[in-house]
Design a protein around this ligand. Structure first.
Ligand code: ADP
Ligand code: MG
Length: 342
């Protein structure tokens, strides 16, 4: 496939970070003007993040950024000091967790039931075998994946709200990578609203963006959607009144195997291998960012037909999908919000 340059994964991520730093200058767009906006940029959850607020009281921006940084430390599966790391090594015992960890796990499990086997919080044993979080990519043999899939199954995770405990079966491990940024964006929004911020744009690394409130000039929020086939030129823009925009793409994290095949970080829990159901990039618009983050990952796994069916059954979001064959699919509501470039 010619749109995948054969750059070693490690170097590609460095390059991606540099590009991300440059991209934040471009995306989201249309929020400059004569009105006064305050801004803070920082690095967390492996991404360059930016929060822009209008009419913010002193300290509100810092509080929101601190909250995201704290969540990043709490929810990482690789940081040995994190709560999720401790839970992943509890060897089958129930563990008391913080309200935030409990909340994200419970809501993740709810979504996992809803998303019909396309979304699993307990996917880590499988994703680790592919080396995505460790930057040591390999193609595991099918027999290994079959064994590891025995350690995946969110329905076997037991939570107790009153005691605030979570119990993973022995050998199970959580990976909250598909929804941690969404959760963090929702929490940052809460923080900012409580502090009296009237409008803000919370950009957690371009793949999760949340906008709320009315901009002082009354214009709509405007977000550029990357064209996955065309490098860094946008495919178009989405204009909306507020909500969360989440993107999951095969171009975000991938490596080329010794067989010349491209393997990306979005895994189909039914096979244990990168999802190849025809999707190449999915962008969704939802009310809350946690739902959007999980949904963009799950719709990617569902592929074009499955995503359409899911949309028709639920309809509580809008989406735009680029398929591997270069096609673009949109939900009816998205057609009114998306303007192609050019
Ligand atoms: P990004 O983190 O780049 O915004 P996504 O939101 O699509 O991208 O999440 C991808 C991450 O989610 C992967 O890196 C992995 O940690 C996890 N993941 C991959 N496939 C699944 C899946 N089917 N269900 C739940 N989590 C997944
Ligand atoms: Mg996601």
């Amino acid at each position: 496939m010619k749109h995948f340059p054969a750059i070693e994964y490690r170097h590609r991520r460095l390059l991606a970070r540099l590009l991300a730093a440059m991209l934040v200058l471009l995306m989201p767009i249309g929020i400059s003007g004569c009105e006064k906006a305050d801004e803070r940029e920082f690095f967390a959850m492996d991404a360059y993040m930016r929060i822009r607020v209008f009419g913010a009281p002193e300290g509100a921006l810092d509080e929101a950024a601190d909250e995201i940084e704290a969540l990043s430390a709490l929810l990482s599966a690789t940081d040995e000091k994190s709560e999720i790391y401790a839970l992943n090594h509890a060897e089958g015992k129930a563990m008391t967790v913080s309200p935030d960890a409990f909340d994200i796990i419970e809501r993740g499990l709810e979504l996992s039931r809803e998303l019909g086997g396309c979304f699993e919080l307990s996917l880590r044993p499988v994703s680790r075998a592919w080396g995505f979080t460790e930057d040591e990519n390999r193609v595991p043999p099918e027999s290994e994946l079959r064994e590891l899939l025995k350690l995946v199954g969110d329905e076997r995770i037991v939570t107790d709200r009153a005691a605030r405990t979570v119990a993973l079966p022995a050998g199970f491990e959580l990976d909250l990578g598909a929804l941690a940024k969404g959760y963090a964006a929702d929490r940052a929004k809460e923080r900012l609203s409580d502090a009296g911020v009237s409008a803000a744009l919370i950009d957690l690394g371009s793949s999760t963006i949340l906008a709320f409130g009315k901009k002082p000039d009354g214009s709509k929020w405007k977000i550029a959607v990357r064209d996955p086939m065309g490098g860094d030129t946008p495919a178009g823009t989405i204009e909306f009144d507020g909500g969360a925009i989440s993107t999951s793409g095969g171009w975000e994290r991938y490596f080329e195997g010794p067989d010349g095949q491209v393997y990306w970080h979005i895994i189909d829990p039914r096979t244990g291998a990168p999802a190849r159901t025809g999707a190449y990039s999915v962008t969704v618009l939802t009310d809350d960012a946690l739902y959007g983050d999980a949904l963009s990952t799950a719709l990617f796994v569902m592929g074009p037909d499955g995503a359409k069916e899911y949309y028709e059954a639920h309809g509580d979001f809008e989406y735009l999908m680029f398929s591997e064959d270069g096609g673009m699919l949109m939900s009816p509501g998205m057609k009114g919000l998306f303007t192609p470039a050019g």
